[in-house]
Design a protein around this ligand. Sequence first.
Ligand SMILES: C[S@@+](CC[C@H](N)C(=O)[O-])C[C@H]1O[C@@H](n2cnc3c(N)ncnc32)[C@H](O)[C@@H]1O
Length: 288
Amino acid sequence: MKNGEITRYQKIITENNVGVANHNKEKNYLIPEGSPIPVFVKLGIFTKDYKVVAKMHDKFKQINRYLELLSDIIKEYKENDDIYIIDFGCGKSYLSFAVYYYLSVIKKLNVFLTGIDLKKEVVEDCKKLAEEYGYSGMDFFAMDIKDFVPKHKIDLVISLHACDIATDFVIHQAVKAGAKHIFSVPCCQKEINKNIANSYEPILFRYGILQERVSALITDAIRATVLELNGYKTDISEFVDLTDSPKNLLIRASLAAHSPSYLKKKREELNDLLVRVDAIPMIVKLLG
Ligand SMILES: C[S@@+](CC[C@H](N)C(=O)[O-])C[C@H]1O[C@@H](n2cnc3c(N)ncnc32)[C@H](O)[C@@H]1O
């Protein structure tokens, strides 16, 4: 065989394997395609015969990945347990409805899920949908995240792509309420980007795209550390593939006790970093 033929042959094998791998992965989704969920049809995620609408494929994948990561902490709950959840910056609430469906219908928990978003019409639509499909544990409020006052304890705070410092207000609200778990996928961090060019490594920040990405990573590292300092065990993991969305990091935090020496070390590390970035980001102003 000539080299070119080998390459072509290998390419076919690789593509087929990838195809099979993805297909198998999708078959293992917690809410697989074909699940008879009428509200997903109304939301435009599924067609009438419960196939994923082509342009919603990425969102469908994100939702399933989110559920997969949530399922780790859901093991703490058993059938008929109450669980109080807030989705901050819920938007059209694809995620809220999916989480509600998964936890109430599949896991059989008593779910109380509140969605918060600035957009009045979107919130009205979500309320109507919840009513139409008998999702009595759901409610929605049109308001700023920072003005929300919870009426109950909160078990879980979720947020998917709350823009820029909205994510900081999400974390602040969650910590204030003593939420047991926080799952937040940030997006469009701009704050540190404004200051950092003068203060960090000039050679790195000669290129706008690098500055933007490093600033976003530093912001998330600061958020995670502030969460640790506020009594959470925190990690940051890849949420979906980078090729599916560049906004693909999930900050995951669960209440945990830390030793004084661990906290002292974290505080020193954070202070050093803040000096280097020459900024006091919102999360530090709120919870620092
Ligand atoms: C990129 S969308 C994501 C929507 C949804 N979570 C999703 O993933 O489909 C961000 C949402 O956050 C909302 N939002 C941004 N800042 C907010 C704030 N301070 N208070 C409440 N909602 C906010 C916006 O109105 C928007 O609906």
